[in-house]
Write a new protein. Structure first.
Length: 280
């Protein structure tokens, strides 16, 4: 081995090992939403999910909803929320699960790549409209509620239920009224929204739906006589859906950290030798 190469080989090897270690932090994962409520129950619009560093707060209970939350809650439209997330979350990653609105037993999924689960994409926020409604939605108020860094040490899966009792919000943006609610036809109720952002502005605050969801709705004459609301009572359910997060790419193994330390040690040894060489 030539002397010059003998000097640089450990440095190259060290940098290579550092590169291997750094690359495995970019994780790929699959998000799956499974509708778990019983037949005849409420539906949900395509689920929006965003991965951020805790800086993105979807909403605050007791405060006005953003335009992004208003549009997904009233129309099931995630586009304004997507714009808001992109504008306020520099290294965020987001997407909306494809497919039509989900009703009981539906399964929807979407893959994401290149997530930094230890930092920039550590926390998950989600949002979806709940129908039948004017502006009901599911979503997390606490930006840090779903910490995905656990995937790096728990084998790579995380599951949680969403949307049952105490888990559905009224965005406070549209008056609850069967004349303008969405998906009436799917439930045999008359009237209903015919264009986006229809209905009367509520000028209210985001609040939990914690009793009969439909007791306060106006235009009750649009509901057939003797209508059975029981299947739509999501406040009697444990959950509307389940979100499963599954790592698709390899996670950093203990050996990888050993390689990282080995790489650092090699670089350190080369640096020391060079310093000693200069001093001599
Ligand atoms: Ca909040
Ligand atoms: Ca409302
Ligand atoms: Ca509105």
């Amino acid at each position: 081995m030539k002397p010059a190469f003998r000097r640089t080989a450990p440095l190259v090897a060290g940098l290579f090992l550092l590169g291997v270690s750094a690359s495995v932090h970019a994780a790929d994962l699959r998000v799956t939403f499974t509708h778990v409520s019983p037949a005849g129950s409420v539906g949900t619009s395509p689920l929006w999910v965003g991965f951020h560093n805790s800086s993105f707060d979807l909403f605050d209970a007791g405060s006005s909803a953003s335009l992004g939350v208003e549009r997904i809650s009233e129309d099931g439209n995630s586009a304004p929320l997507t714009t808001l997330f992109a504008a306020t979350t520099l290294s965020g990653i987001q997407g909306t699960l494809p497919g039509p609105p989900a009703f009981p037993e539906a399964v929807r999924s979407l893959d994401f790549t290149g997530l930094d689960l230890a930092g920039e994409n550590r926390y998950l926020s989600y949002a979806s409209m709940v129908v039948l409604s004017n502006d009901f939605f599911i979503g997390n108020d606490d930006a840090r509620e779903h910490d995905l860094s656990v995937l790096l040490s728990n084998g790579g899966t995380l599951s949680f239920f969403v949307g049952g009792n105490g888990e559905v919000w009224d965005a406070g943006t549209e008056v609850n009224d069967f004349a303008n609610s969405l998906a009436n036809g799917a439930f045999g109720i008359g009237g209903g929204q015919s264009t986006a952002n229809q209905g009367v502005n509520e000028h209210g605050f985001v609040r939990l739906v914690d009793s009969d969801p439909y007791a306060s709705f106006l235009s009750a004459h649009l509901v057939p006589a003797g209508y059975d609301f029981a299947p739509l009572q999501f406040t009697s359910l444990q959950a509307i859906g389940r979100i499963d997060i599954q790592l698709l790419a390899p996670v950093p193994e203990p050996e990888t950290y050993a390689m990282l330390l080995g790489g650092l040690a090699l670089i350190g040894a080369v640096s020391r030798r060079r310093l000693q060489g200069r001093a001599a």
